[in-house]
Design a binder for this molecule. Structure first.
Ligand SMILES: Cc1cc2nc3c(=O)[nH]c(=O)nc-3n(C[C@H](O)[C@H](O)[C@H](O)COP(=O)(O)OP(=O)(O)OC[C@H]3O[C@@H](n4cnc5c(N)ncnc54)[C@H](O)[C@@H]3O)c2cc1C
Length: 438
């Protein structure tokens, strides 16, 4: 039987993990990788801003590796039209590719609010390698940087900005910071910590326009005095890259592409993975987009395994998680941390800037928030244990009321519920990973 031709669109986390998996499982079919950018990890771009790594360290597959895997690359090229029924992808350089399997892994793009001046020179997003290089090149120790948006992505670059600029001001339209990552109590602890370390935080602050005078920028706000800045960063949300699927025959909405637990779209032979795919949520069973690295990696591996043929892999679903550290304060949330109707266990230790919220469904932990200084030894270990409890859904039995008395002591309930044992055989492909040659 002739080998199947796999076309992968997008060389980010999902796309490269699919290719890796295809070769790991011994699939010898030709692979063509079509991507606007070469392979790199967006998640490590904050470390480049912090000057802890060079831009080359963000690469996830070198040309040599791709050649060893027998991947035909089309970088700097985008699809113009997908004909799902005819199994043909037309590219914007005039080439047309016939495929047996196609993976849609085009991720997302940063969006800016539609205000005058949002595209002025000196106003940057921080989503691509080109964005990161531009900020790295322009930022100066004497600069006042205004960061618009106080969500998870803004927080991933905050340490870099605090290290590289003289002054940082955050402008957030919501009444509090991290509105989609932690609750009000958690946000208040984080805000106090950051203000004490010199950061200016403006909440309930709506940007109406930006203006430039020479190299200085002015950020105009509704009902508050304008702010002058040397550099403005916008971290105001993302949207999936799906424009090229218009009239393709692949069903999708503004939020993403519905896929089943094998990462198949409704069109035969066409898969979707990562930020573009609305896959299963492991905790709730709902189907939704989780625009995070772990989901992109897992989606890519499951899609790759199912594209390989002879390897039916069902995906149990992703766990929503955000973990970030700013100025020494660790912040994390998992699963359904924001379920207002669920039973919760709360732990607060204001003198230690520490906070815990565990969300329960019966005896199972289905969501959590954790905040505390990274210098406290429990911090790093506890993140992993809380994540494990939410991911495994192990029942805690009597340890739930034990935790109620001692919310900061997660280790005993974790061990007693045999969570490690439950997670050990839990591999994405149902077998231990073996690295493909190269
Ligand atoms: C600064 C930053 C920090 C982050 N930190 C974290 C973190 O700490 N934890 C976490 O879980 N997640 C984090 N993320 C999010 C994470 O990086 C994304 O969820 C992940 O990259 C998604 O992987 P993906 O493969 O779906 O898409 P991407 O990695 O975005 O890859 C998409 C690929 O498709 C290509 N492409 C796009 N459009 C087209 C097109 N029309 N035609 C051809 N090719 C196209 C792109 O060039 C790219 O190669 C961070 C993101 C950023 C920007």
């Amino acid at each position: 039987m002739a080998e199947k031709h796999h076309v992968i669109v997008g060389a980010g986390t999902a796309g490269i993990n699919a290719i890796r998996t295809l070769r790991q499982l011994g699939d010898k079919g030709p692979i063509t990788l079509v991507s606007a950018e070469p392979p790199y990890s967006r998640m490590v771009l904050p470390y480049f801003l912090e000057q802890r790594i060079s831009d080359a360290h963000a690469t996830t597959a070198t040309p040599v590796q791709l050649e060893r895997w027998g991947v035909e690359c089309r970088f700097g090229v985008r699809p113009k039209h997908l004909d799902a029924g005819g199994k043909t992808l037309h590219l914007d350089d005039g080439e047309s590719l016939k495929f047996d399997n196609l993976l849609i892994a085009t991720g997302s793009s940063a969006v800016r609010p539609p205000v005058p001046g949002a595209d002025l020179p000196g106003v940057h997003s921080f989503w691509t390698m080109a964005d990161a290089r531009a900020v790295h090149q322009h930022i100066r120790p004497e600069h006042h940087v205004v960061l618009i948006g106080a969500g998870f992505i803004a927080f991933t670059i905050l340490d870099g900005l605090l290290q590289r600029a003289g002054k940082v001001t955050i402008v957030e339209v919501a009444p509090r910071i991290l509105p989609r990552m932690v609750d009000e109590t958690g946000a208040a602890i984080a805000a106090a910590w950051l203000k004490a370390r010199g950061l200016t935080l403006l909440t309930n602050a709506k940007v109406t326009s930006l203006a430039a005078a020479g190299k200085q920028l002015t950020v105009n706000l509704a009902g508050s005095p304008a702010i002058t800045a040397d550099l403005v960063l916008m971290a105001t949300g993302i949207r999936p890259n799906l424009d090229w699927l218009a009239d393709s025959g692949v069903e999708h909405g503004d939020e993403g592409i519905p896929v089943d637990n094998k990462l198949r779209t409704g069109a035969p032979g066409i898969y979707a993975a990562g930020d573009v795919a609305a896959g299963p949520n492991r905790v709730t069973g709902a189907y939704e987009v989780h625009a995070i690295e772990t989901t992109a990696m897992e989606h890519g591996r499951v899609a790759g395994a199912n594209m390989a043929g002879g390897h039916e892999v069902a995906y149990p679903g992703s766990v929503l998680m955000n973990i970030v550290s700013v100025a020494g304060l660790d912040m994390a949330s998992f699963g359904t941390w924001d379920d207002e109707h669920a039973e919760t266990i709360i732990g607060e230790a204001p003198e230690r800037h520490a906070y815990r919220k565990y969300v329960f469904q019966g005896e199972r932990m289905v969501g959590a928030i954790m905040i505390g200084p990274g210098t406290q030894t429990w911090s790093e270990n506890d993140v992993g244990m809380i994540k494990g409890l939410v991911q495994s859904g192990q029942p805690l039995g009597a340890w739930k009321s034990w935790l109620q008395q001692r919310p900061f002591e997660i280790k005993k309930p974790y061990l007693a519920s045999r969570t490690t044992r439950a997670l050990m055989p839990d591999t994405i492909l149902g077998a231990p990973s073996i690295s493909p040659r190269g």
